[in-house]
Each structure stands twice: as structure tokens, then as C-alpha cells.
Design a protein around this ligand. Sequence first.
Ligand SMILES: [Zn+2]
Length: 434
Amino acid sequence: MDGAIARRLSEAIRCKTVTPDALGGADFYEFDKLRRCLEAAYPRVHASLSRETVEGYSLLYHWKGSRPKNAIALLAHQDVVPASESGWKHPPFEGEIAEGYVWGRGAIDMKCQLICILEACEALLAEGFQPENDVYLVFGHNEESVRDTGAQSIAQMLEERGVQLSLVLDEGSHYCEFGENSAAFLAVCEKGYADIRLSCVSSGGHASIPGKHTALGRVCRAVAALEKNPMPARLKEPVAGMLKAATWLLPRPHRAFAKMGLFPGLCVRALAKTDKGAALVRTTMAATMANGSDLPNVLPDLAEAVLNCRIAPWDTLDGLLAHMRRVVNDPRVEIEAVKSTPPTPVSDMSSAAYALVAKEAQKLYPSAAIAPYIMLAATDSRFFHRICPCVIRFSPFKSMARDVKTMHAQNERVSIESLGEAAGFFRGVITGNG
Ligand SMILES: [Zn+2]
């Protein structure tokens, strides 16, 4: 069975659905090819579910249930990031099956999930299964683009139709191994995003008479102050829940405290010792771009720096800007957000939908801790919070514990044995949704 899924995934990888704004425009022929490939591979799905095309290439399938309650949506994007042909052990768009893996761009991110969702539906239809509740399949076509609009349009359409979902499941976090311990992380929220520009104007002049501070010097001083004074670290949900479920993420003396919810300050400090841990407990600010004068002997009349910030669910853009202005404390340095998206709400972890996903994840990984998590990157699922109280980002592939590093990189691959397991996971979610 796994071999057959691997072959269908391989065919999907051979459709070179590089995301539309990469390399100066998509080859939409490849998106049509993928659509035809899915039609051929999953005849029952295409006979029994209605399918709409949105923005030309995003796909919305609807499997009508016998009663219109607790509808769920399973998400996956069809597009992939580009891949250079050189340096790969197996070419990126051949979908070669070798050494127990399916290789190629999209194997992990995220044609594996797209295929395994369809595998689950096709197998259930073959058995004559009829869902009680509606099942939507949402396959966006430009998630990896700057203009990520396909899934957003579908979310809007569903909202306009008055659809309420009890569960949205998308890519995101996954199973991880930490020595003898392991965890399946269910990401229940996403951090927000902000590009914040610090700028300072001056009248310029000759660099031989610079005065005490140049405009660039002021901006640099501001950046240094912000690195020294980050946003406060906090132990809030879902990270508090994550530490309760996986206390071994902390040094030994702290574990009992995390379990009992005691001394949050101590636990936060321990977690924030690593870069990844710090990103989980606070809004981060990363200075990424800067410029000043165009010549070494000319004082800049404008200097600026951009900080790429990721806003924790308990913080806001306004709170972040206030913190930055307080720390910089220089009226000549202007601080403004040039682009921002707020953090998502935190999904309801006491819901039946969360319990269902946790139960299926536990079946897949019997000895792993099942822990809530904050997604540090963005997914299509962020558009669905308005119509769903329980949005979960989780990719049920065991192979990810080791192969997630091939995502957006060379030699992207997913293990064949992960595929059947993942199809079983989606099957469990569809049939268990009462
Ligand atoms: Zn992805």
C-alpha cells in the first residue's frame, strides 16, 4: 500500500508546480498537469466530492456530510519553492523512489500531505464510508509566494457562505526526537510579523567634520539598544502547556516546576537560553537591513535599518512599537512599521477537535509527548481563524524528525513508510469527527 502511495506522490512531484511569483511567473501548465494527475489517481474523490477552482488554480473540494455540524477542513498547498537542478542526489522534479524514500521538491513541503489526505478520502469512499460532518479539502496554489492569496480567498468564500468549521488542519509542526524523548508538536497559533524601520535624517555634510553622532551612528545605537533590551519573555499558552507535556525540554531541576506550573520566570529563563527557546517565549527583533551614505567621505542625510520582528500571540504591534521607542529613547530616530500582520488567536485546546487530533497523533507516536506549540513561520491556515476556533498545524510524517531539514533545501525527501501512517492519521481524523 505504501508503495502505491509513493508512486502517486512521485507523480505529483513530477508536476513542476513552482510557486507563481518565483522565477518571474509560474508555469501554469504544470498546475493543470497536477490537477489532471490528481483526477486520474483519485477517481472516487472526483466522482463524489464537488470541486471548485478559485483564482484559477486553488482547489476547494467539498464532501457533504449527513448533517451540517462540526465541518472540518484539511489544507495543503500545491505549489513548491524553486530548486536548482544541481547538487541533488536525485533530481528535484523526477520524483525518484529510492533507498526507502520519495525524493524531490515538495516531498516534505507539502505534496506528501496533499497526497495522503486524498489517499484517506479515496480509501474511505472505496469502503462506502459517508462522513457525518462536512469535509472540505483546501489546496492553495500560491502559499510560497509573497502574494499568498489562494487559500485566503477560499477562507473568505467559506465565511461569506456562512460555513463554520470545528477543525482546520494544515502543515506546520511535527514529530521530533530529543535523545530518548520524543514529542509531536501541535501548533495552535502563529506569531505575527512586522518589518519595522528605524530612520534618522540629518543635513549631511563632509565626513571630516562629523559632529558627535552621524545619522547612521544614531540608528546603530538604537539597534544595539534593542538587542540589549529584547521584549520581555513570558510563559503563556501554548508554551506553558508545551512545557507541562514535555518537561524534559527543560534542565532537570526545572521539570517539576513546569509540571506544576510553578516559578514560570525560572522556567522561561531556562527555555530562553537557546535561540529556538527564546523565539518561543518572546517577540523577537532581528536587525536585517541597514544603509547610510553612498560614499565613505559623505555624511548620510538619511540612515535607516529594518528589524524583522515576530510578534508573540500575547503581544501586539502597538506594544512592540512602544517598547522600541522607550528603549531607543532618541526623538531623532523615527520608528515605524512598514509591513505587519498580527499574531493569530490561540486555538481552543479544550475542544473536541483538539482532543481528536491529539488522540490520532498519539496513535501514530505511542511513546511521544503530545504538546501544543507556537508556529514561528506562517501557513495558509492563519486565514481560517475567523471561521474556526481550533486551527492546528501538524504534519503527521514520522520521517520529518530527520528529514525536515531538507525542506526548501537540497535532497528533499520523505520516507515511504511515513506515507501510509499519515494516510491513516487523516483517515482517523475524518472518521473520528463526530
Ligand atoms: Zn509549506
